[in-house]
Design a binder for this molecule. Structure first.
Ligand code: GAR
Length: 202
């Protein structure tokens, strides 16, 4: 059984998809803990499912590395990355860059979902940036996290054709409709061994 920690910052619809999938009998992964950098509304999905949650705010740490250490400790407290079972940290809408020490600790069992076809449109405003660039197509990427910003090895992608006159929210919601099942599939395939996690090239 793959032991997962999920990290979020917002509404947590990807987290909810993971909670629903991992609640199904026979799913080869379980969510041990859900963490956030803020009082994210999405934490309520975990609380409703009886999954432990924590908040570790960057403002309460002197440095990004110290924040990463507190985040790692909160995750490890729930057996993710410490027990005999394989583990995975999933950044599902965490709107922070994880510091190098944190990445080194969990790598390569540390993945992120990003609302663009990387390497296009990395960063915090991927959907807005795709619209501003007049991209005909964008999408979603699930990738292994390395020490860069959305630069780690790509695991899977799905594309979406941009519609004329579409708003950022409309396009993001259409991306998320593909993103949720894609993330669930990636987690399942990592758990079964059908998808191997490549070491990043650092
Ligand atoms: C998702 O689309 C995720 O890819 C994106 O935030 C959204 C969270 O939605 N992440 C980033 O933009 C990270 N750069 P959710 O809270 O409904 O799961």
């Amino acid at each position: 059984m793959l032991n997962i920690a999920v990290l979020i910052s917002g509404g947590g619809s990807n987290l909810k998809a993971l909670i629903d999938a991992t609640s199904e009998p026979g799913f080869p992964a379980r969510i041990a803990v859900v963490g956030s950098d803020t009082e994210a509304p999405g934490l309520a999905h975990a609380e409703a499912a009886g999954i432990p949650t924590f908040v570790v705010r960057p403002a309460d740490s002197d440095t990004r590395e110290e924040w990463g250490q507190l985040l790692a400790a909160a995750i490890q407290e729930h057996g993710v990355g410490t027990g005999p079972e394989p583990s995975l940290v999933v950044s599902a809408g965490l709107m922070r860059i994880l510091p190098p020490g944190f990445v080194r600790l969990f790598s390569p069992a540390l993945i992120n979902t990003h609302p663009a076809l990387l390497p296009n449109f990395p960063g915090a405003h991927a959907v807005r940036d795709a619209l501003a660039a007049g991209a005909a197509e964008t999408g979603v990427t699930v990738h292994v996290i390395d020490e860069g910003v959305d630069t780690g090895p790509v695991l899977r992608q799905r594309s979406v054709v941009v519609r004329d006159g579409e708003t950022e929210d409309e396009l993001h919601e259409r991306i998320k409709q593909l993103e949720r099942p894609l993330l669930v599939d990636v987690v399942r395939d990592i758990a079964t061994g059908d998808l191997n996690l490549p070491q990043s090239a650092e």
